[in-house]
Write a protein that binds this ligand. Structure first.
Ligand code: HOC
Length: 358
């Protein structure tokens, strides 16, 4: 058999070549000059590891838990919008691949399949739901009740989009969802809209006035664990703990929001130090290899999530493509762990990082 896909970059090149330009640009977009988007990746390349030898790595175990649930390895799927732009049954394929690989799939609010379709496609998958707070709180409220009833296991409150970041190519391309696709979760949810749209939903629907008190509002609606996505500082990490959330995703939205913010791997340590194990800390942004995963875990992330690579996998071969992406990362992570002298994820810690070089 022909081996064409060896690493995640191979999928990126394939997607760039095969997706329509406006679609590629949308997924690839960073805000403004894309400094933060690019630094998410480059920051990993600045970190060096301190591998240990002679530790019998003949057996290695990549399993871990998130929010008390076992997953096969510490890489889940971050929420990214509009998977049907990359593959006809988009999020349903993503859900099947994630179920098969036994990891966690954070479904985007801006899915092009409905949450009902996603659950039907992969009934045994382990899923969290990514949530925005809308000016019309009823919209958020309804979706919370819907996903809770469908068996979603946590809500991922995304806090870094009071406004959408300025993505230059999307403006140049006048990017919008093609008419055959919809933000399916909102079918019939927003009132009839004849005004301007942003990415397929009426513009200005997200509430820029959200604040920490809305975490209490969300807690009053649901018994699901709440994970805050978009934290980048120790101050906000402390507030998250004080407000009783169950987890943090260190995230800069793939560099699509504030340009000039830190790479997530660079922001991780101060957050982990502040939280001190009181809640789980996860990370997304810039993970491209198994050794990136190892570095993030060594610096204290419980699990990492991948965004753009999932879309590249879909563009390549739908469900099988996403599985391949996850399998490659799983294999690379297992190998990196072993070469660094770790037999299981609990042996991964800060001693693996060469701090003198940072
Ligand atoms: C209408 C608001 O997460 C992205 C997505 C969508 C952002 C909010 C859209 O493109 O980063």
């Amino acid at each position: 058999t022909e081996i064409s896909m060896v690493c995640l970059t191979d999928f990126e090149l394939y997607a760039k070549e095969h997706l329509p330009k406006a679609t590629w640009d949308y997924y690839a977009a960073g805000a403004d000059e894309c400094c933060t988007r690019d630094d998410n990746i480059l920051a990993y390349k600045r970190i060096r590891l301190r591998p240990r030898m002679l530790r019998d790595v003949s057996i290695s175990d990549t399993r871990t838990t998130v929010q008390g649930t076992e997953i096969s390895f510490p890489v889940g799927i971050a929420p990214t919008a509009f998977h049907c732009l990359a593959w006809p049954d988009g999020e349903m394929s993503t859900a099947r691949a994630t179920e098969a690989m036994n990891t966690c799939y954070i479904t985007s609010t801006y899915s092009t399949c409905s949450v009902e379709e996603i659950v039907t496609a992969a009934p045994n998958g382990y899923r969290w739901f990514q949530l925005y707070v809308y000016r019309n709180r009823k919209v958020s409220e309804q979706i919370v009740h819907r996903v809770e009833a469908l068996g979603y296991k946590a809500l991922v409150l995304t806090v870094d989009v009071p406004y959408t970041g300025k993505r230059r190519n999307d403006i140049r391309n006048q990017f919008r969802l093609p008419p055959h696709l919809k933000v399916k979760n909102f079918d019939g949810v927003f009132e009839e809209n004849n005004g301007p749209e942003e990415y397929g939903v009426p513009a200005n629907t997200l509430d820029p006035s959200i604040s920490w008190k809305d975490v209490y509002w969300l807690q009053s609606l649901t018994r699901l664990p709440i994970i805050i996505k978009g934290i980048l500082t120790k101050e906000d990490a402390e507030l998250a703990v004080e407000h009783g959330v169950q987890g943090i995703i260190v995230s800069n939205h793939g560099g699509r929001q504030l340009d000039g913010g830190p790479a997530t791997i660079d922001a991780l340590s101060e957050i982990v130090d502040t939280v001190q194990g009181r809640i789980e800390v996860y990370l997304d942004g810039g993970i491209r290899t198994g050794s990136d995963v190892l570095k993030a875990l060594a610096l204290g992330a419980k699990c990492v999530f991948i965004g753009r690579p999932v879309v590249w996998g879909l563009a390549y071969k739908g469900e099988d493509g996403v599985r391949e992406i996850l399998q490659i990362l799983n294999d690379e992570f297992r190998l990196s762990m072993a070469l660094a002298g770790c037999r299981n994820v609990s042996e991964i810690n800060r001693n693996l990082i060469q701090f003198s070089r940072l």
